[in-house]
Design a binder for this molecule. Structure first.
Ligand code: NDP
Ligand code: 2IT
Length: 444
């Protein structure tokens, strides 16, 4: 048995009941096989892989808070500080009822390689809670965030661990979390990213993940002498990543005809009216079904199945494992040319393999959605400098970072004889930098 297979078996044996974590580790280790085999003795000597698959630290804590009826609620809170070889831990906080240790470990593990790909000095981490912000009042969300930070503040800091948003955590939550951090510590520092523009946030951070996704899609198409112009796209989800992916794809000439949330999907043959979606989701915090009140010619379908809509480009931007093999088969049968992951691990392993085998250009999340965390790192730079850059400056840097990620990913795949396999390329390129740093820093 090779070193990568051994490590995978060890991960499964030592971390039972963590299927999402197993899935993320398997994909990375399978991609790294050639790289590891070429350096096996050196890596084994320092147990590089054993150390890489074990989080440096997992903090888990109780989050008690009082709801609007005066009842005490208790949620679980976590921070997974996975790897600090190339910089302070960096990664989002997710508030969703499905959150558990397996999901946060998969996200933290992915974040190590994603953050490496950005070329910026950030390590990998992730955190969150099983708290569900849906249907809660602003006061309840504030009470929860203040209680969450009252525990988390002990473990984070501008040079130590810098959380940000993810599912269920946007500008409102980051505001409440930041206020509490500042009140407890007395520090006005860049300890969170995704902050508001009047209190240390960066222009373009809100748009960054969605814009970055479309920038890398543009690179993928340009490499085959094609472009977004005239393409029909389907974007799943209707949260932060999805909304700004639709905005940029539309600006670059594509027509986005469908979006969804966890209840169902909308189809608008004339192209999504994004102002309506922004009002429903960003202002009213409503459901995507309300879209038909704004555009009566659009069609709402309850339940899953957005992949049944014909498209050239499919951009999953909702959550893990949302696209399975059956969905992938429908996409291929309908002539879909490209899938790029705005979400983290939205495509199951079987679906990913099927898409690649059938000639669909496929960009994995750790490359395709890295624009968000990259712009978070730019926010950290601005906070350290005590300066704010213009929209144009940040956007130009984001564009360049996404071009570099495409180039690194394509190049690493080619170097190891997997030309066009961006899953292999992203994992290899992300791994190389982290491995070099870990080898240099001794047994820590
Ligand atoms: P939001 O909370 O803003 O939006 C999430 C969207 O996905 C909502 O439309 C939500 O629908 C939908 N969704 C969530 N869970 C499910 C589910 N179980 N089934 C179906 N739909 C679901 O989150 P983001 O847009 O920030 O995040 C989306 C994805 O992008 C996540 O995978 C996240 O990890 C990833 N990501 C986010 C980054 C960021 O900067 N925000 C950066 C990189 C990756 P509903 O409202 O019904 O729950
Ligand atoms: O998955 C991700 O990369 C994020 N949720 C963004 C993390 C960040 O620190 O900006």
């Amino acid at each position: 048995m090779g070193y990568t297979e051994e490590i995978y078996e060890r991960v499964v044996a030592k971390n039972p009941n963590e299927p999402e974590f197993h899935q993320a580790v398997k994909e990375v280790l399978d991609s790294l096989k050639d790289v590891i085999d070429a350096n096996e003795a050196a890596y084994r000597k320092v147990s590089l892989l054993e150390r890489m698959v074990e989080p440096e630290r997992i903090i888990s804590f109780k989050v008690p808070w009082v709801d609007d009826n005066g009842n005490v609620q208790v949620n679980k809170g976590y921070r997974v500080q996975f790897n600090s070889a190339i910089g302070p831990y960096k990664g989002g906080l997710r508030f969703h009822p499905s959150v558990n240790q397996s999901i946060l470990k998969f996200l933290g593990f992915e974040q190590i390689f994603k953050n490496s790909l950005t070329g910026l000095p950030i390590g990998g981490g992730k955190g969150g809670s099983d708290f569900d912000p849906k249907g809660k009042s602003d006061r309840e969300v504030m009470a929860f965030c203040q209680s969450f930070m009252t525990e988390l503040f002990k473990y984070i800091g501008a040079d130590e661990d810098v959380p940000a948003g993810d599912i269920g955590v946007g500008g409102r939550e980051i505001g409440f979390l930041y206020g509490q951090y500042k009140r407890i510590t007395g520090l006005y520092e860049g300890v969170l990213t995704g902050k508001g523009l009047t209190w240390g946030g960066s222009l373009v951070r809100t748009q960054a993940t969605g814009y970055g996704l479309v920038y890398i899609v543009n690179e993928m198409l340009a490499a085959v002498n094609d472009s977004l112009e005239g393409k029909t796209a389907v974007v799943t989800g209707s949260g932060n990543v999805a909304i700004y992916a639709v905005e940029k794809a539309t600006q670059l000439g594509a027509k986005v005809v469908a979006m969804c949330d966890s209840n169902g999907y909308i189809y608008d043959e004339n192209g999504i009216n994004l102002d309506a979606v922004k009002e429903i989701k960003e202002v009213k915090r409503g459901r995507i079904s309300e879209y038909v009140d704004y555009v009566p010619t659009a069609v709402y379908t309850a339940g899953k199945g957005i992949w049944n809509i014909n498209c050239d480009l499919f951009l999953p931007c909702a959550t893990q494992n949302e696209l399975d093999l059956d969905g992938a088969k429908v996409l291929v049968a309908n002539g879909c040319k490209l899938v790029a992951e705005g979400a983290n691990m939205p495509t199951t392993r079987e679906a990913t393999e099927y898409l690649k085998e059938n000639g669909v250009l496929f960009m994995p999340g750790k490359a395709a959605n890295a624009g968000g965390v990259a712009t978070s790192a730019l926010e950290m730079s601005q906070n350290s400098q005590r300066l704010s850059w213009t929209f144009e400056e940040v956007d130009a840097k984001l564009l360049q970072i996404m071009k570099d990620i495409y180039a690194k990913t394509a190049d690493a795949a080619k170097r190891y004889g997997h030309e066009g396999d961006f899953v292999a390329g992203a994992n290899i390129a992300g791994f190389e930098k982290v491995a070099e740093a870990m080898m240099a820093q001794g047994i820590v």
